[in-house]
Design a binder for this molecule. Structure first.
Ligand SMILES: *Cc1c(COP(=O)(O)O)cnc(C)c1O
Length: 385
């Protein structure tokens, strides 16, 4: 293990991930839970997350890029692995060699792949992506017959078919219903029961458990984050946030009334104030837009004051405190909790972005077998399906 001489760290509670996974496994019945671990498991650290989900029954992983898939294979992960995004021609034989399933994103992609498969290697495993309304990647609905025909005429191992919802996290979305209908029409034409069908992301798995099909693709909520405030409010389970972010005060001093601090001298003390400097800044993912955001000190909220620097920022204390005092940036202290959602709101973005932009400089420390006592496991008396 590498040493860290700076107290700033992200603590990842793997038990929380396990508990969130259990919720989706119970809710989805016999369907597979495909753990989506793209982007370094949404910034949580892919190898540790993968180890946890495999120990707890996951049999298939999804990543975004060919490189992410290869990284897992090179680290000895041998379960089913699906690349959700595009793969280039050079990767086709590599996918065959490493048993990596790739996504057929268009008719053009299918022709390209057919030309690059190597006959002496294992048959290329593909999932066909259908664009039912996201308009990102996938064969168009009216191209599906042609895609089925092309796949049947060529040497592919046709393992799965899927689509992706654009608005599953919204209330009463007409587009969502259109996408469901389009997919149903396509599935009526698919008379191959060995092909795995999957449509749901976290939001759809939570809000529309009737759509589970053969598998669900769970990303954000595996990490204990609600896909949107609407889903967070509606859901029948308290997700358990896996990531917390903490540091310690490295310097404490009195700012005299009228004195200013940090770049631009934009913050000025109205009276004598105790100010602590903490070693975290925008190069860690503590973006400048978080100026004014609260942090937790001794179970109380105190604000970040002045501009956030690259490596450090300042907070205003209610009293003088010693160097080394703990500061919770995300997570819980006493009765107070700062969720990733609060940062997202402050930054006018979605929670997905927050853990993804916590940079490599922040070490991830893993809690295994830790009890998750902060939140009750069950949110309400609503029965799980
Ligand atoms: C990222 C991704 C998911 C996971 O979505 P969440 O909202 O994080 O659960 C599922 N499917 C596809 C195609 C994705 O790109």
């Amino acid at each position: 293990m590498t040493e860290n001489y700076r107290p700033t760290k992200a603590v990842i509670n793997l038990t929380a991930i396990k508990n969130n996974l259990t919720y989706f496994q119970e809710k989805s019945g016999d369907a597979e839970v495909i753990a989506v671990v793209k982007a370094d498991a949404y910034g949580h650290g892919v190898l540790e997350v993968v180890e946890t989900v495999i120990e707890n029954g996951v049999r298939m992983l999804a990543v975004a890029t060919p490189d992410e898939a290869l990284f897992l294979r090179k680290h000895g992960i041998d379960i089913e692995l699906l690349v959700l995004g595009a793969t280039p021609s050079q990767f086709i034989p590599i996918a065959q060699k490493h048993n990596i399933t790739v996504t057929a994103i268009s008719l053009d992609w299918l022709s390209m792949a057919a030309m690059h498969v190597e006959q002496e290697l294992a048959t290329l495993k593909i999932h066909l992506k259908v664009d039912t309304g996201m308009r990102r990647i996938g064969v168009q609905v009216d191209e599906v017959d042609e895609a089925f025909g092309f796949i049947a005429d060529h040497d592919f191992d046709f393992k799965g078919i899927f689509t992706h919802f654009a608005t599953a996290d919204e209330k009463d979305s007409p587009l969502f219903n259109q996408q469901v209908n389009a997919m149903n029409t396509i599935l009526d034409k698919l008379n191959n029961s060995t092909v795995m069908v999957h449509v749901s992301n976290s939001a759809a798995a939570i809000m529309h458990p009737n759509l589970v099909c053969d598998a669900v693709r769970i990303g954000i909520s595996l990490y204990g984050i609600a896909p949107s405030p609407y889903v967070g409010e509606e859901m029948d389970f308290n997700l358990q946030p896996a990531l917390s972010l903490e540091t310690e005060m490295i310097h404490v001093k009195k700012l005299k009334a009228g004195e200013a601090l940090s770049y631009g001298a934009t913050y000025r003390a109205e009276q004598d104030e105790w100010i602590a400097t903490i070693p975290i800044g925008y190069a860690d993912g503590m973006l400048r837009g978080l100026q004014g955001q609260d942090v937790l000190v001794k179970g109380q909220r105190v604000p970040i004051v002045g501009r956030i620097c690259m490596d450090q920022c300042m907070i205003r204390l209610a009293e003088r405190l010693p160097i080394g005092e703990k500061v919770q940036l995300i997570g819980r202290q006493g009765d107070q909790q700062i969720l990733i959602d609060e940062w997202a709101k402050k930054l006018d973005t979605i929670p997905y972005e927050i853990p993804c932009v916590l940079t490599k400089r922040v070490p991830r420390i893993y809690l295994r077998g830790a009890e998750f006592s902060d939140l009750s496991f069950q949110k309400s008396d609503k029965m799980l399906r």
